[in-house]
Design a protein around this ligand. Sequence first.
Ligand code: FAD
Length: 502
Amino acid sequence: MKPKRIIIIGGGTAGWMAAACLTRFLPAGWTVALVESDAIGTVGVGEATIPQIRLFNQALGIDEDEFLTATQGTIKLGIEFSDWTRPGHRYMHAFGAIGRGLGLLEFQHYWLRARAAGVAGELGAYSLNEHAARARRMQRGTLRSSPHLAEMPYAFHFDAGLYAAYLRRRAEAARAQRIEGKVADVRLDGEGGNVAGVTLDDGRQVDGDLFIDCSGFRGLLIEGALATGYDDWSHWLINDRAIAVPCAHGDTPQLPLTGATARDAGWQWRIPLRHRIGNGYVYSSHHIADEDAERILLAHLDGAPQAEPNRLRFLSGKRRKLWNRNVVALGLASGFMEPLESTSIHLVQSGISRLLKMLPTGAADPAVAAEYNRQSDFEWERIRDFIILHFKATERRDTPYWQDRAAMPIPDTLAAKIEQFRAQGLIFREHEELFTESGWLQVLVGQGIEPRAWHPLANGIGEADLAKYMAGISLMIEREVAAMQSYDDFLAATRPAAGVAA
Ligand code: FAD
């Protein structure tokens, strides 16, 4: 088994995540080189994550406090959706479980019945993370009193540029070779059509066995050289532009939440970092002009803008094959879905771990690549459905954008999920799909889908016991949250030393 030379093209978040991870796990003799161009730069956005990022950092042996300090990182307990169902309405998709099931049955059936009987609060009353986020509290490690709650799930907001720089330092320390230069040409070998190497604009040649395309939207290898093709999902995910701008913190206290506020022709994100807030308006160019979108974004900032607005264009969808010949695409080179549920960095992470599981021993085997693509397609498509749900299931009809969203056809897979929930509150997580039952539950309920009934087994408990059961869960959550550290104390304890780059 000959050691291989792996070449990563691109040094954004995706490229340096791949380099840091591969250099940590590859067997002796294998080498990793990364080509990037400072002149081209990175996309400069991508700052909200989901809890799985902690597994990635842990696998790399990263100390969490050091990481938070180096990246101006903060904590995220979930996403708050404002004005999605209707103007003035808000709900959370908080990480972690909602309530606690009894015996065979999931919590939502008891909640639906209790709510009909008038003995239950809003769904969010049964989420530990939602309570903690609103109370501005947070706890790492084992929770105080409840074996069923185990640990509190959390993710991070971080400065994307600082995260890539942090990973770069680790990757280079682990002997990843960084090659500064602009790829001018991609050379294919004669027979199999594999990529043999790239030629830089100064004539240098970089050859390898396996290539990881992290070149961003350009997709230099996967599309530019291999013409893999693209599954265009823009008929479901119509937003095709974003404007991003960081701003100073205002007077409002920091919450450990990502904000997602629906607007007339899209939605706005709000990502509170330590040193600034990341903001962006994701919108449909069919429904609003760039200048108007920029004006609306700038009118909804907490503090003064800290940079010129960054305008981005994209097409929602994914490459037909994420692994084609000897090229694996990660990050924006593999495709993009709008960042409503902060899934892109996670898809980089799961692509890397899938690649490690299927690391080719000899020449890249088509059967292995086919399995990689099958698993990736499933993961992408379920995430796609989850994102579409936010746009489809809403009462909003107040602008042409929202009227169009309500009228659009949706994938059968999503339609089936909505109907199962509407029929009797059923939610099934399929295989290893990313979002859990509680994620689906919060968004289905939050977006206003009302089940007609609940599971008949939920009637097996008397009404008084049901009320006690619901109140018991709320009480347990309140006690747990009261015992947590204040979020301000947490931020103070992990504050970057003076001089950490902003
Ligand atoms: P890039 O950052 O674009 O990096 C591409 C690299 O390729 C650069 O180093 C560039 O120099 C190099 N390159 C390109 N061409 C050449 C060449 N010819 N020669 C040499 N080098 C070259 N994800 C999340 O998880 N959470 C979020 O909140 C989130 N928000 C987002 C908001 C928006 C508007 C967008 C567009 C994306 C968002 N994402 C988010 C996605 C996230 O930004 C990306 O997944 C992540 O940054 C990875 O980007 P990348 O490394 O693939 O691409």
